[in-house]
Design a protein. Sequence first.
Lengths: 204, 359
Amino acid sequence: MTQLDRKESHATVGVPAGRLRPKRVRRNLDLTLWEKLYLFEIIRGIYVTTKHFAFNMIGFVVPPRGKKRSVFTVYYPEEKVTLPPAYRGRPVLVMRADGTEKCVACGLCEKICPGHAISIVGGERENSERYPLSYVLDMTRCVYCGFCEEVCPKEAVVMSSEYQGLAETDRSNLRYSKEQLLRSEESVKGRIEYIRRIYSKCNY
Amino acid sequence: MVADLIESVAKILFIFSVNLGFFAPILGWVERKQSAVMQDRIGANRANIGGFTVLGLFHPIADAIKVLTKEDFIPAGANKFFHTLAPFICLVPAIVTFSVIPFGGRYQLFGHHVNLVIADLDVGILFVFALTSLATYGVVLSGWSSRSNWSLLGGLRASAQMLSYEVAMGLTIIGIIMVFGSLKLTDIGAMQENFLHWGIFLQPLGFILFFTCAVAENKRAPFDIPEAESELVAGYFTEYSGLKFVMFWMGEFLEIVAISGILTTLFFGAWHIPFVTDQRLLSLFQFAGPNGAAVLAMLVGIATFFAKVIFFIWLQMTIRWTLPRFRYDQVMRLCWKMILPLSLINITITGLVLLLWIK
């Protein structure tokens, strides 16, 4: 028996029992007499909430013009937040200036999609350029992972910032065709710049 | 005789319309909106008529419509009679309390003495305590008759808490009764004409203790363990729906108003404006003739009283949205080990001062 084996047999597994003992809780030591009287701390607490109340009451009825509101709530349908480029909304297809899609129907997005949301039928134009005859995106299956965008060699699929119209009463309405998904390059410019940066897609 | 009858009916109608027509519906809105403003939120603002939201003031109307169209649900195995009776026992004492709270002074109007209180009882403050003890039955009955564990636990907690604070509340008020030498709320109000004779200056400790007890008696946060929503769903009124549920809520809101009224009467000079005596107020309105001056002074007194009441409602709401809930043992300890001895000390000191100093 070597020394190494003996050492192994004596080794303890896991956290030593001494360290598992809970630390002693030091009650009352943290409270001063002033805090133990409680009444003054109540008054301090009420002072804080009253301060918030008083400041928020300024412009409660009519909001002051040009001033930043101290309330952070967004009135959703009337107001909308500006989304950062990192936001992953509905995947869309990027369109060239002449109205044709950038997609070359290579099928990489179809293959990597974890939810099998994308189904592509490829075709070929007269100038032997490949293009998708149909590109169906089933939004009932999409999990907004963004793999399609990451894998795409042509920057043809990007995650847009669209989040509206994703709730429907009929599932068939959520199967988007190619025509419904085409967006101009201008509208998704920020996202394209962003994915070039994070996925190092600078070799275009 | 006819004048007395008209006076009584007018006063009852006024109190009813103010409490049930104004305070009860509006306090639900106030609670939502005030908590929102305090917590940097916006609060309920979606109910609208023709696009006008008016700060969400249509929400009480929407609530009323919703409540009236809801199913009146009685759980299987519940005691139907007591289950139906309990909300009434909660609501009625809260309304009846206003009958002894004076909302103005005595005025000479067309040769007729007008006393702005519905029932000028000699034992006014004791009547208030009797009614608040009656409200305990509503809570206990609702907790027991619902046949639900949440309700029963809520009812048990409520009975223990309300009975304990009943005792403490009775003792905290003795100081002020000793100082003014009367149980009549109109007398206590009238004696606070001088600003420096307000109850808050004569009994500062008594005010704090009574305020604490009153909030605890009303089962509002931080003493809301009977209806602790994170532990007991809604406590004793878990199994209630529709109008009966609203009766509990209205009872609670009206109790807030009643407590504010009692606090104003006992400690904050009732209907008196600081440094303005009744005589000076009457001489100020001399231009309107004797009757007109009395009417104007009466209106000013009522407005002053309700302004103070609204301030105390605001204070109670602020406390409710500021402080976290006490634990059950902490509530009991606060009552029996802090407030009760302190109120006894308060009574002793008040008695000594009255005996040795003032004679």
